[in-house]
Ligand binder design. Structure first.
Ligand code: KIV
Ligand code: ZN
Length: 507
């Protein structure tokens, strides 16, 4: 067996399939930040978007292609020449690029969705792959809904793609229908019928909770690339979760005997970065990264873990990058200390950005004794990675209590550079603030979710507020952090409105 026969490739599609998860829309700067984190994590390929689908996706693919130097950057395309040309254009400046072409091959999708015969699908595959190979050497081909495709037809389409020049064949379980043994058999069937040097990839959805199991079964049958997302986010029930797949391969290396290039200590920082960006907390019972993954409740378990953690822990928290809170910086920290600390956390900021953070650290240190990694990260997300705001909070004062006067918010907001003042009563202080903001900005969104989280322990902790709002069919998540949770709430609400405004502008 050659040295590479045991190496698997990780193709991350958080920025494409992951973003198709309802409410997981990300801004361009957030996508770039996530792509940088994915590169630090060590993923082999980053699917940055579907360049032809919108101006925003095109911009994202081309910016990620310029920024990322180690991982390959991919764009998704249909078997449509204009899609491929657009992808090639967006990937022009990539150091390593890949065009990923897909077409549906199941009878249901061919009849109902594409209205194409099997012969027409074969022709479209041949034409598109040849065109893509001429544009960019590295081409991946996917048979959408492969797990509901006749295996012989799947092999025929895959062979046509290989004959046209594709080097990677991706077999998606698009609707999460496959079962592990059955899916492994399909991969084995294909493997026996294509040239040895072609990489078989799998892309499993999680509709029946089997995405990771199906991917692992496919590896056992000879697949050597997996398409995954951070936290398993994606269309409907999501995709195969990178962290679960990688820790299975790592913890059970004795069983799988496969190599990968993931730096497992970057797993938790990656999941946390995504969670902050999309405003969705990590579920406590999530395998590998949930808060309960290393918590032991039963006395007998606690005693065992104290005697030897291996009694009830099959991996260490450190192996996935979970560290205990450590005090990192304070009032007297200099620029170099902050820069070095942030680089260790994966944030590579320029001088002006470091100065901005330094100022915020000093302000925060006046209000709060200990500043932790999480506080520093919140400041970076707040100050550096925020959207260029249409609406900005300049001042906020809130009166509430049991004096008989309803709670009242007095707000000063800047809208496109123009200062507006407004006062508003509400049922409670947050209601007053949100109503005041909605009136001033002339929006009328529905508040779907509101969550407050103390970033670290202690009553002086930074409050982090996440809101989800919807208006005219668009959903936006906003996040804000501040030692005063009412102020954090106002920032989160305005952040969500800024995202809505951006989406409406793009439309
Ligand atoms: O689920 C799917 O089939 C996909 C393809 C486009 C790869 O996302
Ligand atoms: Zn998918």
């Amino acid at each position: 067996m050659s040295e590479t026969a045991n190496k698997i490739l990780l193709f991350d599609t958080t920025l494409r399939d992951g973003e198709q998860s309802p409410g997981a829309t990300m801004s361009l700067s957030e996508k770039i930040r996530l792509a940088q984190q994915l590169e630090l994590l060590g993923v082999d390929i980053i699917e940055a978007g579907f360049a032809a689908s919108s101006a925003g996706d095109f911009e994202c693919v081309s910016t990620v292609a310029r920024e990322i130097r180690h991982s390959t950057v991919a764009s998704l395309c249909r078997t449509v020449i204009e899609d491929i040309d657009r992808a090639a254009e967006a990937l022009r400046h990539a150091k390593h690029s890949r065009i990923h072409i897909f077409i549906a091959t199941s009878p249901l999708h061919m009849d109902v969705k594409l209205k194409l015969s099997p012969e027409e699908v074969l022709k479209a595959t041949d034409k598109a792959v040849r065109h893509a190979v001429a544009c960019a050497g590295d081409v991946e081909f996917s048979c959408e809904d492969a797990s509901r495709t006749n295996p012989d037809f799947m092999v025929e389409v895959c062979r046509a793609a290989v004959a046209a020049g594709a080097r990677t064949l991706n077999i998606p379980d698009t609707v999460g229908y496959a079962q592990p043994e059955e899916f492994a058999a399909r991969i084995g069937y294909l493997k026996a019928r294509i040239p040895e040097d072609i990489v078989i990839s799998v892309h499993c959805h999680n509709d029946l909770g089997l995405a990771v199991a199906n991917t692992l079964a496919a590896f056992r049958a000879g697949a050597r690339q997996a398409e995954v997302t951070i936290g398993g986010i994606g269309e409907r029930a999501g995709n195969c979760a990178l962290e679960e797949l990688i820790m299975s391969l790592t913890v059970r290396k004795d069983y799988y005997r496969l190599e990968h290039s993931i730096r497992t200590q970057q797993i938790f920082p990656s999941v946390r970065t995504l969670s902050r960006i999309i405003g969705r907390p990590i579920p406590v019972n999530k395998p590998v990264v949930g808060a309960n993954a290393f918590a032991h409740e039963a006395g007998i378990h606690q005693a065992g873990v104290l005697a030897d953690p291996a009694t009830y822990e099959i991996m260490t928290p450190e192996s996935i990058g979970l560290s205990s809170n450590s005090i990192v910086v304070g009032k007297h920290s200099g620029k170099n200390a902050i820069k070095a600390k942030l680089e260790g956390m994966g944030y590579h900021l320029d001088n002006a950005q470091i100065d901005l953070i330094l100022g915020s650290v000093k302000d925060l240190a006046d209000k709060k004794k200990d500043i932790f990694d999480e506080d520093l990260e919140a400041l970076v997300l707040e100050e550096v990675y925020r959207l260029p705001d249409k609406y900005r909070l300049l001042h906020l004062t809130v009166q509430s209590g049991d004096s008989g006067i309803p709670p009242c918010a007095m707000l000063v907001i800047e809208i496109d550079g123009v200062r507006r003042e407004h006062a508003q009563f509400g049922v409670g202080p947050i209601d007053a603030v949100f109503r005041g903001i909605a009136e001033t900005t002339r929006h009328a969104p529905r508040l779907e979710q509101y969550a407050v989280n103390a970033i670290t322990g202690g009553t002086d902790a930074l409050g982090e507020v996440t809101v989800r709002i919807s208006e005219k069919g668009k959903v936006a998540v906003g996040r804000g952090s501040h030692p005063d949770i009412i102020n954090a709430s106002a920032r989160a609400y305005l952040n969500a409105l800024n995202r809505l405004a951006k989406m409406q502008e793009e439309v």
